[in-house]
Design a protein around this ligand. Structure first.
Ligand code: ADP
Ligand SMILES: N[C@@H](CCOP(=O)(O)O)C(=O)O
Length: 312
């Protein structure tokens, strides 16, 4: 073991991106330079300890054993076949239940930091499998659309076939993603529970057309087509009732020139796509005045983060 201490930053992510429920997600990075993500620091120690700090630490479970970072450490020790005495510090910068992959930030940050600290005993596939398992404990079922982009960066398509969990998909570099977190909490597990168990055939056909069309447009570099295909007929019709002013805000951002808009993850964060900074700024100011609900809310103009979790 060559490290005495290291810190990993794990970025926020928007899962689904409207069209790819549970199979598409992207890591995001505010253009302001603000760090929208959790940080995990590991230090060598004689026995294990976990300390949490940061803006959203108060919203974490009181008992540290229920902190997902503790469970990541336990899972990592099990995979290593021994108890690893380290100090872990979680800097919880991400609001919980925000639709920005907060739990994924902690899970990915913890696994990447532990893996780096112990000189990379696990490969990418093993790491993603463990991350998906831990994310599944929190949200009720395994879904990789936050952990994969948070870990690998970029826009990720979940395959989970033939030994490949996730593949990188090309995206449009000139797109701005305006993110607005209203400040209220929506639990991912609850937002999953309200979705129907079955869908109509016509909806399944339309969904296939939207997701196939979007991926085709990304590969063939057709931004207008890609934006037109960003339609969510799986989750948004059921989840939007949990989001204050969602329909009205969507209409207003369209009038300002938004290419597309939708729910980030399971909400309540909303994303809006613009292809120039001026429009993105106008949209951000509208979202601030009409979508934020309290002083915890915030907006960020983001680009897709190509890097994913990294040592800082
Ligand atoms: N380190 C952590 N980061 C975020 N959530 C955590 C963490 N540890 C435990 N939790 C719990 O996991 C749940 C995460 O809620 P969820 O709605 O999935 O949030 P998000 O969608 O923002 O990841 C909450 O009940 C929270 O208390
Ligand atoms: N595909 C999942 C994504 C949940 O994302 P989160 O950021 O809200 O945890 C879903 O839509 O349930």
């Amino acid at each position: 073991m060559s490290h005495k201490s290291l810190t990993v930053y794990a970025p926020a992510s928007m899962a689904n991106i409207s069209v790819g429920f549970d199979i598409l997600g992207a890591a995001i990075n505010p253009i302001s330079g603000a760090m929208l993500g959790d940080c995990i620091t590991i230090e060598s120690a004689t026995e294990f300890s976990l300390t949490s700090k940061g803006q959203f630490v108060k919203k974490l479970p009181k008992d540290p054993k229920y902190n997902i970072v503790y469970q990541c450490w336990q899972r990592f020790c099990k995979a290593m076949g021994k108890t690893l005495p380290v100090n872990i510090t979680l800097e919880k910068n991400m609001p919980i239940g925000s639709g920005l992959g907060s739990s994924a930030c902690s899970v990915v940050g913890a696994f990447v930091a532990l893996n780096k600290f112990f000189d990379e005993p696990f490969n990418q596939y093993e790491m993603l499998s463990m991350m998906g398992e831990l994310e599944g404990r929190i949200s009720g079922s395994v879904h990789y659309d936050n952990v994969a982009p948070c870990y690998l960066g970029g826009m990720q398509l979940i395959l989970d076939e033939m030994g490949v969990i996730s593949e990188s998909i090309p995206h449009f570099d000139n797109w701005y993603w305006v993110m607005a977190y209203p400040g209220i909490k929506v639990s991912t597990a609850e937002a999953r529970a309200i979705l129907p168990a079955q869908y109509q055939k016509a909806d399944c056909v339309a969904h296939g057309r939207y997701v196939g069309g979007f991926l085709h447009a990304c590969y063939s570099k057709q931004p207008k087509l890609a934006a037109a295909m960003l339609i969510d007929n799986i989750a948004e019709p059921y989840r939007k009732q949990l989001l204050p002013n969602f329909d009205a805000t969507q209409k207003k951002v369209k009038q300002l020139g938004a290419l597309a808009s939708g729910i980030s993850g399971s909400g309540p964060t909303m994303f809006v796509v613009a292809d120039n900074l001026e429009t993105a700024k106008q949209i951000e100011s509208l979202l601030k005045s009409s979508y934020l609900q309290n002083e915890d809310g915030f907006t960020h103009i983001c680009k897709i983060d190509p890097q994913g979790a990294r040592e800082i």
